[in-house]
Design a protein around this ligand. Structure first.
Ligand SMILES: C[S@@+](CC[C@H](N)C(=O)[O-])C[C@H]1O[C@@H](n2cnc3c(N)ncnc32)[C@H](O)[C@@H]1O
Length: 385
């Protein structure tokens, strides 16, 4: 790629990379003013000027480079951003500067782009997950792809897509259990003697979350009063029928993409019809596949129309950007701010993922979608006026 660049430009790019390692900020500023490209990454390591500067542990250097156009989430050959260099050196201040720039630039981008249009990820300036040309990168391709169910080396059931990507893997069960536990813990309709909760789950997968919602945590707890599942993949729908999930009392299966149901002004009424008074669910959980941040944000925007305003609880699988600590942190912060925009307050619960779990499960899976030691579990409730 270097050979395609103008030699003078390339010379400036290399000067900036070298200067980022030791020169004072004034020299960096001068190079940037001369047109040195702060986005340039070297061929050997894939490092940008921000990666080199991160090794210096000098906040001012990072600020100058970010203001001069350095890209907060440029990843090197090992998938690390400059933020990971800061973290590896224990430089929390440097990491916070890069992370905050990530949040600021993503928010600005979304503000300029206007309301979300789902599945328009290509319009985002910065992807929260790596480029992916397989079915995991495109919801419509995924929904046409052939799925297989098998058992992984960890002995847990999993669903893989045609490219060998993990659509849903049994190792996530403890996390799903924590989602369910936190969603029902304080809800008045889930208490002994109460009528039971109305639940909406989007994305069936292995049905773990649905099974957990259906299983009372203690014998006195009520069963769900109503349970809607929206699922789009034809094979998963077949699996639902084989298991007889649709026959469970109070369960309603809505076939199709959530977008078909929740973004359609007529169909949304049908979705809500199972909830008491048709006004909103007590609990909503969303965990789809092959969708990006734009889709999640579009889902957030529907929440005020379908969640019970008084006691409703919303949660989502917080998996975007989970191959990289800095990008994951930006993605979580962005979600919190966008949820705030639609009137929801988020509480985060940190859940540890044991190392053993993180190693065994990936055998036979094309691409790891999880690399981090911890999971940030969101619980959202409508802000009361
Ligand atoms: C990760 S799995 C869900 C796992 C589930 N939480 C569990 O506990 O087993 C994702 C599911 O979402 C479905 N899905 C993907 N895109 C969807 C969409 N746009 N609308 C509805 N379902 C979708 C997939 O077919 C898949 O069954």
């Amino acid at each position: 790629m270097d050979q395609d660049l103008d030699p003078q430009f390339l010379n400036l790019a290399h000067k900036l990379l070298a200067a980022s390692q030791s020169a004072p900020p004034s020299i960096l500023l001068r190079l940037l003013k001369q047109g040195a490209p702060a986005w340039y990454q070297d061929a050997e390591l894939g490092w940008s000027c921000l990666h080199y500067a991160a090794e210096r542990r000098e906040p001012e250097t990072l600020r100058v480079l970010l203001e001069g156009g350095a890209v907060w989430n440029a990843v090197d050959k090992w998938g690390r951003t400059a933020g990971e260099i800061c973290l590896s050196l224990g430089d929390e201040e440097g990491w916070a500067i890069i992370r905050n720039e990530g949040i600021r630039s993503e928010m600005l981008h979304h503000a300029l782009a206007g309301p979300s249009s789902p599945s328009s990820d290509s319009s985002t300036n910065i992807k929260l997950r790596a480029e992916d040309n397989t079915s995991a990168g495109d919801n419509l391709i995924f929904l046409k792809s052939k799925l297989t169910w098998d058992v992984g080396d960890d002995g847990k059931e999993r669903v893989l897509d045609a490219d060998g990507n993990g659509v849903m893997m049994g190792w996530e069960e403890p996390l799903m259990a924590e989602h369910v536990r936190l969603m029902i813990a304080d809800h008045p309709n889930a208490q002994p003697g109460a009528e039971g909760m109305s639940i909406l789950n989007v994305g069936y997968g292995l049905g773990i979350v649905d099974r957990l919602f259906q299983t009372p945590q203690s014998p006195d707890d009520p069963q769900p009063a109503h349970h809607t599942i929206i699922e789009a993949h034809p094979q998963v729908l077949e699996y639902i029928r084989e298991k007889g999930v649709h026959l469970l009392p109070n369960v309603q299966i809505l076939e199709g993409r959530w977008q078909d149901w929740l973004l359609d002004p007529e169909k949304i009424g049908e979705v809500l019809s199972g909830t008491p008074g048709g006004t909103g669910y007590d609990a909503i959980f969303v965990d789809t596949f092959a969708e990006g941040y734009e889709d999640l944000k579009a889902f957030f925007e529907v929440i005020p129309d379908i969640l019970d305003a008084e006691n409703g609880v919303f949660s989502f699988w917080n998996g975007l950007g989970a191959t990289n600590a800095t990008i994951y942190s930006v993605s979580s912060a962005l979600a919190e701010l966008h949820l705030e925009d639609v009137g929801l307050e988020v509480e985060w619960h940190d859940v540890l993922i044991p190392e053993s779990l993180r190693e065994e499960v990936w055998k036979g899976v094309r691409r790891r979608y999880w690399e981090l030691p911890g999971y940030r579990l969101p619980i959202g409730k409508m802000r009361l006026m």
